[in-house]
Design a protein around this ligand. Structure first.
Ligand code: AMP
Length: 449
C-alpha cells in the first residue's frame, strides 16, 4: 500500500514524499480515505501512530479547491489539549500543505500575547489549530467567526477530558455550524469519550488501529528494581554505563522533574525539566536543546511530554511509574516509532510493584526484571500486592545512609529488624532515613514532590 492509492492529490503526495514516508501507517491507511469521503470519523490512535498526518492530509485535500476563507473566517478548526501539540500540528499543516497554493493556517494557544493572533486571523484562515481556552478568548474578542467552518478535528480528545476542557469544548461546539465534518481522535474510547462523541459526530466511521500495546511490542522494555532513595544515582549510573545520549525521563510530578533535573546536572549530565509550570519559552528551549543533543536528559511530566514530537527517540526512562497504566503505554510510545528500535526502562521500588503489575496486565506481557550491581534493593520476600511487607528485612545496612550513595549489597540481612540511625530498633512508621527503609512507607512518601 502506498500513499497514491489512498487518493491523495499530487501536491500532498509531494510533501509526503519529502517527509521521507514510504508507506502509510495503519491509521493513515484507514483514516485518509474515510476523511476524503466526507463522513465523520472517530479514531482510536495514540501519539506515535502517525495520526496527525492521518487527519491533516485529507483535511487539506478537502479544503483545497474551495473558496478562500472570508474575513476572520475559519474553514477547518483543529482543537488540541496542549500548546506543544498545537504547535506541532500547526507545523504539520505547514509541511504537508507546502505545495498547496495560498493555503493559510494559524496556531493559537494561551500563555503568549493575543494581539499577533488577532492580527493573523483578520484575513481569515483555512486551518486554525487552537487550544480551547485561547480559542474562546479570541472568539469573545471577535477575532474570528465560524460561518464558513467545514471541518472540526478534536485531537487527543481523551486528554482534553483529563485536563478538564469539557466545558470549553462544549462552548466551542455551540459556536460551530451543525453542518460540518467532524473527526475525533483519542488514545482510547472510554465511556466519557463515547458520551462526548454522541454530541459531536454523526454516524462516524470508527477506526481502531491501536491495540493498546502495539507500540509496546516494538520497544525493548525492562525494569530495574531499586531502593527508591537510590533512583537518581542509579539513573546517573545507567546514563553513563549504557551510553544513553538522548533520554526522555518521566517523573510523576513537576517538583520531582525539577529536582531530578538538578540532581542530574549536579552529576555532570546535561538535563532540563519540562512541565506545565514552565513558560512556553523555557519549554521550547529545553526541547530544542534536547533535539540538538545539548541536553542529554529531558525530564518531563506526562502532560508536558504528551505533545512532544521527537523523531526516533531511542530511550525512555520511567523514573516514577505512572499512576495510570495507560500512561505507561503513552510514555513508551515516545520511542520505537515508525519501526525504529526503542528501549524503555523503568526504575521500580517496592511501593511500585502494584502499579507494575497493573501495567503488565494491560500490555499483556511480563516485563523483564534486571538488577544493577551495587543498586540491588533490600532483599525482600515477595510483597503482598496491597500491604506493607510483614517483616521488614534488611534494616541495618551499614554505610549507605546519606545522599544518593547506593546501598551495599544487602545479602544475609533479611532477618534483621528495622533500626533507626543510632542502630536501635525503630517503630515502623516514624523512622526517617534509617537503613532499610523501604519505599512506600509513610515518611518516605511525604518527601515526594
Ligand atoms: P504522530 O502520531 O502524528 O505524532 O506521528 C508520529 C511520528 O511519525 C511523527 O514524527 C511523524 O513525522 C512520523 N510519521 C507519520 N507518518 C509516517 C509514515 N507514514 N511513515 C513514517 N513516519 C511517519
Amino acid at each position: 500500500m502506498d500513499f497514491q492509492s489512498l487518493g491523495l492529490i499530487d501536491p500532498l503526495l509531494r510533501a509526503v514524499s519529502e517527509q521521507g514516508y514510504d508507506r502509510p501507517s495503519p491509521i493513515q491507511a484507514q483514516a485518509i480515505p474515510s476523511v476524503l469521503e466526507g463522513g465523520d470519523v472517530m479514531a482510536a490512535a495514540q501519539t506515535g501512530t502517525g495520526k496527525t498526518a492521518g487527519f491533516t492530509l485529507p483535511l487539506l485535500q478537502r479544503l483545497e479547491p474551495g473558496k478562500p476563507a472570508g474575513s476572520r473566517q475559519v474553514r477547518a478548526l483543529v482543537l488540541t489539549p496542549t500548546r506543544e501539540l498545537a504547535a506541532q500540528v500547526g507545523e504539520s499543516v505547514v509541511e504537508y500543505g507546502k505545495y498547496l497554493p495560498a493555503l493559510r493556517s494559524a496556531v493559537v494557544f494561551g500563555g503568549v500575547n493575543i494581539n499577533p493572533q488577532i492580527n493573523r486571523l483578520r484575513g481569515g484562515v483555512d486551518v486554525l489549530v487552537a487550544t480551547p481556552g485561547r480559542l474562546l478568548d479570541l472568539y469573545q474578542q471577535k477575532a474570528m467567526s465560524f460561518d464558513q467552518l467545514e471541518i472540526l478535528v478534536l485531537d487527543e480528545a481523551d486528554r482534553m477530558l483529563d485536563m478538564g476542557f469539557i466545558h470549553d469544548i462544549r462552548k466551542v461546539l455551540r459556536l460551530l455550524p451543525k453542518q460540518r465534518q467532524t473527526l475525533m481522535f483519542s488514545a482510547t474510547f472510554s465511556n466519557e469519550i463515547r458520551t462526548l462523541a454522541k454530541t459531536l459526530v454523526r454516524n462516524p466511521k470508527e477506526i481502531d488501529v491501536s491495540p493498546r500495546n502495539s507500540t509496546a511490542e516494538r520497544v525493548r522494555q525492562w525494569v530495574v528494581t531499586v531502593d527508591k532513595r537510590h533512583k537518581a544515582a542509579l539513573l546517573t549510573h545507567l546514563i553513563g554505563d549504557q551510553q544513553w545520549f538522548q533520554v526522555l525521563v518521566f517523573t510523576r510530578t513537576k517538583h520531582g522533574a525539577n529536582r531530578l533535573a538538578k540532581q542530574l546536572e549536579n552529576a555532570g549530565i546535561e538535563a532540563a525539566a519540562i512541565h506545565g509550570n514552565k513558560s512556553q519559552n523555557a519549554r521550547t528551549r529545553a526541547l530544542a536543546g534536547f533535539k540538538s543533543g545539548d541536553v542529554r536528559a529531558l525530564v518531563a511530566t506526562d502532560i508536558a511530554a504528551r505533545g512532544l514530537d521527537i523523531d526516533q527517540l531511542p530511550q525512555v526512562v520511567n523514573f516514577d511509574l505512572p499512576n495510570v497504566a495507560e500512561d505507561y503505554v503513552h510514555r513508551i510510545g515516545r520511542t520505537g516509532r515508525a519501526g525504529a528500535d526503542g528501549e524503555a526502562v523503568s526504575l521500580v521500588s517496592g511501593e511500585d510493584q502494584k502499579l507494575l503489575k497493573g501495567i503488565e496486565r494491560l500490555i499483556k506481557q511480563p516485563i523483564e526484571r534486571r538488577q544493577v550491581s551495587n543498586f540491588e534493593p533490600p532483599a525482600v520476600a515477595d510483597i503482598p500486592d496491597d500491604r506493607e511487607p510483614r517483616s521488614r528485612p534488611n534494616g541495618s545496612r551499614p554505610g549507605s545512609r546519606s545522599g544518593n550513595a547506593p546501598a551495599n549489597k544487602g545479602g544475609g540481612q533479611r532477618r534483621s529488624a528495622p533500626r533507626d540511625a543510632d542502630g536501635k530498633p525503630a517503630p515502623r512508621r516514624r523512622r526517617r532515613g534509617g537503613g532499610g527503609q523501604r519505599g512506600g512507607n509513610g515518611g518516605n512518601r511525604a518527601s515526594r514532590g
